[in-house]
Design a protein around this ligand. Structure first.
Ligand code: CA
Length: 227
């Protein structure tokens, strides 16, 4: 597995390179943004660790360029609160971030978590029609029949709650901002506010009673906890 480390501070870059190599990764490094985008295009790394503050174009711009040709996971390194806000806004297309100063061990843990997530492909339902059901802990979702069971009882959801539930449990551990929930579970049209989503989340929580699986990530959004 090849990791591209983009960081203009040689002290940080060296430490990361050392830690990643010790963990068995192949490492490429870049100090500047344009160079990094070029390397990403040429050598298709399996993951990119991307500093936001770079001497030429910033990490956000690099990520935007990379996204035009690749879905490679990107972990941002950030040092300022305003950068963090933009990263967690995730319109940039990053997968995760760590805040400086951080330990190499923390970064390695994030890398492993992302690679685990990406290497667990959802089983395509077409393979076996009887397996089109989606399971998450005690919840069974049948997207075709629009039915949900939890701990032996059927749960009746509105269409919107159904979409919200499906979005969250198809991606356990992944945080969705309210904006992403809107885009992916509501689609176009309709007058929907952040508050609407909060209300639906509250209703879902109530309907699933003591199986508590929706976590609020303060200031960001919601996720289904990893079971
Ligand atoms: Ca920097």
């Amino acid at each position: 597995m090849k990791v591209l480390v983009v960081e203009d501070d040689p002290r940080i870059s060296d430490v990361l390179e050392y830690a990643l190599k010790a963990d068995g990764y192949e490492v490429q490094t870049a100090q500047r943004g344009r160079e990094a985008a070029e390397i990403a295009r040429r050598s298709s790394p399996g993951l990119i660790v991307l500093d936001v503050g770079l001497p030429d174009i910033d990490g956000f711009e690099v990520c935007r360029i990379v996204r035009t040709f690749s879905d490679v996971p990107v972990i941002f390194l950030t040092s300022r609160a305003d950068e963090i806000d933009r990263v967690v806004g995730l319109e940039i297309g990053g997968d995760d971030y760590v805040v400086k100063p951080f330990s190499p061990r923390e970064l390695l843990a994030r890398i492993k978590a992302i690679l685990r997530r990406n290497h667990r492909p959802a089983k395509p339902p077409a393979e076996d029609p009887t397996e089109s059901q989606l399971r998450y802990g005690p919840i069974t979702i049948d997207p075709e029949k629009f039915r949900i069971h939890c701990q032996g009882r059927e749960i009746v959801l509105t269409a919107q709650e159904f979409k919200l539930l499906e979005l969250l449990v198809r991606h356990p551990g992944r945080v969705f901002t309210r904006e992403q929930v809107l885009n992916r579970a509501w689609g176009e049209g309709g007058l929907v506010t952040d508050r609407t989503i909060d209300v639906h989340v509250k209703s879902l929580r109530r309907k699933f009673g003591n199986f508590e699986f929706i976590e609020t990530v303060r200031g960001i959004g919601y996720r289904a906890r990893e079971l």
